[in-house]
Design a protein around this ligand. Structure first.
Ligand SMILES: NC(=O)c1ccc[n+]([C@@H]2O[C@H](COP(=O)([O-])OP(=O)(O)OC[C@H]3O[C@@H](n4cnc5c(N)ncnc54)[C@H](OP(=O)(O)O)[C@@H]3O)[C@@H](O)[C@H]2O)c1
Length: 226
């Protein structure tokens, strides 16, 4: 499949690399190709700058958000939550229409320092805001409840015996995303319901962040026992 991964951070890199490894044709989207190609500093989490990753993945093209989305059959939103609506606007409404939009972003507000709060919650979610802003896209929220390494290689922990959620209005789009997740190695994909159920997945972030602090590692996962 032709897939655009919008986002050059660790999530975009991890998802793009795994999709390419699985045989997909992948383009990564960014604001400014030249500027991103010239980065020399590690990101805010200490990950190497994007060009280091790009050199190791020469078959994955870097393009503007719009160019990446235009040629894709499926689009992944792996951008900062507070920038996601602007990024998708830049990607172009027409380039998202009719396509599955896998939304991994979290609505984190880092403006008051650590720990971040959620800038939308309880009565709305980022997934719903994206669906409302782009009604012709088929938004599916997934993978936002775990560390990027586990998103694409769940077997790194407990043999992959843990849970991932999908939320979205379109059954076909959720099936497409579920198939992708299973191709990554996920074995317990739980369909929460329509896109309003993204509220639940996004509101797991406050507990995820506290677990990160308590455990001292991002390598843990939610497992729903039933
Ligand atoms: N890190 C994790 O393990 C993890 C786990 C679960 C969910 N998430 C979520 O996944 C998303 C990506 O996380 P990340 O850590 O990989 O990267 P990030 O630093 O949150 O986001 C990087 C991307 O956001 C774009 N961006 C940032 N500010 C922007 C602005 N003002 N206007 C337009 N674009 C902007 C950047 O564009 P440029 O390419 O142009 O710089 C870049 O592509 C986030 O929503 C995060 O909450 C992360």
């Amino acid at each position: 499949m032709k897939i655009a991964v919008l986002g050059t951070g660790i999530v975009g890199q991890s998802v793009a690399a795994r999709l390419y490894q699985l045989g997909h044709q992948v383009t990564v989207g960014t604001r400014d190709v030249e500027a991103t190609t010239a980065h020399t500093e590690p990101d805010r989490y200490g990950n190497p700058p994007f060009p280091v990753w790009a050199r190791a993945h020469p078959q994955v093209r870097l393009a503007t958000f719009a160019d990446a989305a235009a040629e894709a059959e499926l689009v992944v939103n792996a951008t900062a939550g507070d920038a996601s609506l602007a990024v998708l606007q830049a990607a172009g409404r027409e380039n998202l229409a009719g396509k599955v939009l896998l939304d991994i972003a979290n609505p984190l507000d880092n403006s008051q320092g650590f720990p971040p709060t959620l800038f939308v919650k309880d009565t709305d979610s980022l997934g719903e805001q994206i669906q409302a802003a782009f009604p012709d896209a088929k938004v599916v929220k997934a993978l936002n409840t775990m560390n990027s390494a586990l998103m694409v290689e769940p077997g790194l922990l407990a043999g992959g015996d843990h849970s991932v959620f999908v939320a979205g209005n379109d059954a076909g789009a959720k099936k497409t995303v579920t198939d992708l997740l299973e191709s990554f190695g996920h074995r317990d994909v739980i369909d929460l319901g329509d896109i309003s159920t993204a509220r639940g997945a996004e509101m797991l972030l406050p507990i995820w962040i506290r677990l990160f602090g308590a455990l001292g590692t991002p390598m843990f996962q939610f497992k729903i026992v039933r």
